[in-house]
Design a protein around this ligand. Structure first.
Ligand SMILES: [Zn+2]
Ligand SMILES: [Zn+2]
Length: 141
């Protein structure tokens, strides 16, 4: 082993593979915590710190992209997807890709401004959460 690289490599490729696999299987954006929950099923004992490090290196490599979901923080998804938007469930924090674009939303830019893109997040309740519409139960500790 010759640690010559200036950037500390993520040593365990098995863990990185588990993380890539988690994204491929989930087919939706994942937060660090959600990724950790999915990936630790594949790779036992996978620590949150390793997940953080792996995400960072996958972002640096351009394999993952960071998306900011207002009120839910940073999520990550495969880079290079076509233009799309997201749905965020306010109940379980699941973020889903949406088809179609709300390009009919027209805004007037100030004179001399140039838009490069837009970002739309739709909020609401996912189908699973809508189904279990039970009255809130008090969870004792
Ligand atoms: Zn939900
Ligand atoms: Zn759009």
């Amino acid at each position: 082993m010759a640690p010559t690289a200036s950037v500390a490599p993520v040593r365990d490729t098995r863990q990185r593979r588990a993380i890539r696999l988690a994204f491929e299987e989930a087919e939706r954006p994942l937060s660090t915590e959600q990724l950790h929950a999915v990936a630790s099923r594949e790779s036992r004992g996978l620590g949150l710190a390793t997940v953080y490090r792996s995400i960072k290196s996958l972002v640096d490599e351009g394999w993952l992209e960071v998306i900011d979901i207002p009120g839910h923080g940073a999520f990550y998804e495969r880079a290079g997807k076509e233009h799309h938007h997201h749905f965020a469930c306010e109940n379980c924090s699941e973020v889903t890709d949406l088809d179609g674009c709300s390009s009919e939303v027209r805004v007037r830019l100030p004179r001399g401004y140039r838009a490069r893109g837009h970002d739309v997040t739709i909020f609401g309740t996912c189908s699973r959460c809508a189904e279990k519409r039970r009255p809130p139960t008090r969870r004792g500790r």
